[in-house]
Write a protein that binds this ligand. Sequence first.
Ligand code: BG6
Ligand code: MG
Length: 214
Amino acid sequence: MAIKAFILDLDGVITDTAEFHFQGWKRLAEEEGIEFTRDDNEALRGVSRRRSLEILLGEHQDDYSEEEMQEMMDRKNGYYQDLLKQMTDDDLLPGARELLNTLKESGFKIAVASASRNAKTVLNSLKITDEFDTISDGHSVDNPKPAPDIFVHTADKLGVKPEESVVIEDAEAGVEAALAAEMTAVGVGPEERVGKAHYRYDSTADIDVEEILA
Ligand code: BG6
Ligand code: MG
């Protein structure tokens, strides 16, 4: 079936917010006396805010009440939002603008499907909100990636079938979600992270749309 739509993840595909997320979680971890390294942060790629906190707390999770968990998520998000204030349209990843232009010129529907509840703020800072036919974020569905829900929901909003949709993702959880949604999965990043995708490229700038459509 012919491809009609491209559904793009945001963090790690269009812009790189991983460092800001890391700084936010690192500050929270230090305040709580928990060790958290840049390596540990890799496990949070594409994962929801709550799941990220659970991973960060690890065995300490049982020491915290639901209210305390909520407060920590809010605290980290405050740190993250402060860092986001520095973001401008210079922070598009190399190749992101060109990719959007190529997809638009070829007549595809394009959407963002991000786990982030800050996705709209990030898109506004990057000044690309109007480029998309629809935007799904961390508020759109209950079950986060690796569940297929956000991609199925986004394809529905675009009025296309899963088999007419291509998902571009930098996270293992995102690739799993795209495959579970029975869409064409394009991974951005190393083999060990996104190797299960139908197509894999080292970076957004390397994505070859013609190859995906062939
Ligand atoms: C994803 C990021 O896009 O959004 C994750 O890759 C992040 O690292 C998740 O945890 C949720 O983000 P937010 O902005 O809702 O805390
Ligand atoms: Mg991502």
